[in-house]
Design a protein around this ligand. Structure first.
Ligand code: ADP
Ligand code: ZN
Length: 304
């Protein structure tokens, strides 16, 4: 990746809160935060006003927007910059790029929150030096960003890794909680799914609770799929569940190694300790993700 502009702004648009920053490299110069309210226009107007004021005060050369999705990332489409059919009330069809950057006059890089986090992990975190790497968030939902050769993988839309179906553990009859698919991975192993299985919040469940066996099994299915399809150098786990339950990482590596059965080199438990790792940037992956997107310009250049 060639070096992009150094003084950048970033906006992390999350399901519950929105954070905007101006930074020089990784050094944050200014930061503000808003709830992601149902009134999308009001939320985005507040952020846009802050960005205009921040540009006047600090100056910046590029804006990165890392957003919850699904998103239209095709810059040849009339829908570029919009949030697509999100179930989040008030946000489907909202043109985030135009609302945030229409009056700024700087190039914009727009991508999913997980693609941004993956890029940031590649620049500053656990995936430095990796040609092919994945960032997975296991939190309120499950999502993944894939970076290949320094660029997020988009394809026709963008990956939605959390909604694949995986082989269930024998005897696991939990119906799943995804409103679209029921027992897709997100419906089985996200924070709310785990809470539904156990009857209490995921962060209060002891590591010895059997619920984790099923969760580890299902996440390991995803790991072996990613390893067999993408051959990644690194898979980074973030999000409340992914980052907050270190025992899960150990179980997931073991179950993934068993499923892979050493078919290829690099697939033993000891090997997977280097492949499947916790997020290097922790809870900061979102904000740094937005900055990493800004710094990835001009490759992802899109001026409006
Ligand atoms: P979001 O996905 O909304 O950005 P998080 O990544 O913090 O936010 O995920 C929130 C989900 O993760 C909730 O379902 C919460 O119960 C769960 N969670 C948060 N911290 C932990 C933890 N330490 N252990 C297990 N689950 C956690
Ligand atoms: Zn689903």
């Amino acid at each position: 990746m060639t070096a992009g502009p150094q003084r950048c702004a970033g906006v992390e648009l999350g399901g519950t809160k929105c954070i905007a920053v101006v930074a020089q490299g990784r050094d944050i110069l200014a930061q503000a935060q808003w709830p992601t309210g149902k009134d999308a226009a009001a939320t985005l107007n507040a952020v846009a006003d802050w960005l205009i004021a921040a540009k006047a005060e600090h100056g910046f050369d590029a804006l990165g927007i890392a957003s919850f999705g699904p998103l239209c990332l095709d810059c040849h489409s009339a829908d570029f910059g919009k949030i697509l059919n999100t179930p989040k009330p008030g946000w489907a069809g909202v043109d985030v790029v135009r609302a945030l950057s229409g009056q700024l006059g700087v190039p914009v890089c727009f991508d999913t929150d997980v693609a941004g986090a993956a890029l940031a992990e590649g620049l500053w975190g656990a995936s430095v030096g990796c040609g092919v790497h994945v960032y997975l968030t296991i939190g309120t939902g499950i999502g993944g960003g894939v970076v290949i050769g320094g660029k997020p993988l988009h394809g026709a839309v963008h990956p939605e890794i959390g909604h694949i179906r995986v082989r269930r553990a024998v005897g696991d009859a939990f119906a799943g909680s995804c409103p679209v698919h029921g027992d897709c991975l997100e419906g089985l192993a996200s924070g709310p799914a785990i809470a539904l299985r156990a009857g209490r919040p995921a962060e209060t469940i002891a590591p010895t609770d059997p619920v984790w066996d099923n969760v580890a099994h299902e996440l390991a299915e995803l790991m072996q799929m990613l390893i067999l399809t993408l051959s990644p150098h690194r898979i980074v786990l973030g999000g409340g569940v992914g980052y907050g339950q270190s025992h899960l990482l150990v179980r997931v590596r073991k179950a993934a190694a068993e499923a892979l059965n050493a078919y290829l080199p690099g697939q033993t438990v000891a090997d997977l300790e280097r492949v499947i790792v916790p997020a290097g940037l922790g809870a900061e992956a979102g904000v740094f993700g937005a900055l990493a997107l800004a710094q990835s310009l001009p490759q992802e250049l899109s001026e409006i």
